[in-house]
Design a binder for this molecule. Structure first.
Ligand SMILES: [Zn+2]
Length: 89
């Protein structure tokens, strides 16, 4: 888990990955425009398709102007990071 967070931090400098702060989560989600979509049940994990709720939201990234959300399933985080690393080579 620590390793994932370290990678995330590394990526967040290079890519538009927005790590989720624990405090002020509601505020932050509202700021980036995700809050209402989550409340409407319109947000799904880009890896597994699981519906995203505040409780399982782990990574938010912006790619080509589109917000993408990854759930807290470690498999999804690994898959997402593996994908990102593949892209950079
Ligand atoms: Zn997922």
């Amino acid at each position: 888990m620590k390793k994932i967070m370290a990678k995330l931090r590394r990526w967040s400098k290079r890519e538009d990955i927005l790590a989720v702060p624990d405090d002020h989560l509601d505020e932050w989600l509202t700021t980036i425009g995700l809050m209402s979509a989550i409340q409407m049940g319109e947000v799904a994990c880009v890896v597994c398709g699981e519906r995203i709720e505040k409780s399982n939201l782990q990574i938010v990234t912006r790619q080509e102007g589109k917000l993408m959300v990854i759930c807290s399933n470690p498999q999804c985080m690994y898959q997402f990071l593996a994908l990102k690393e593949g892209e950079s080579k």
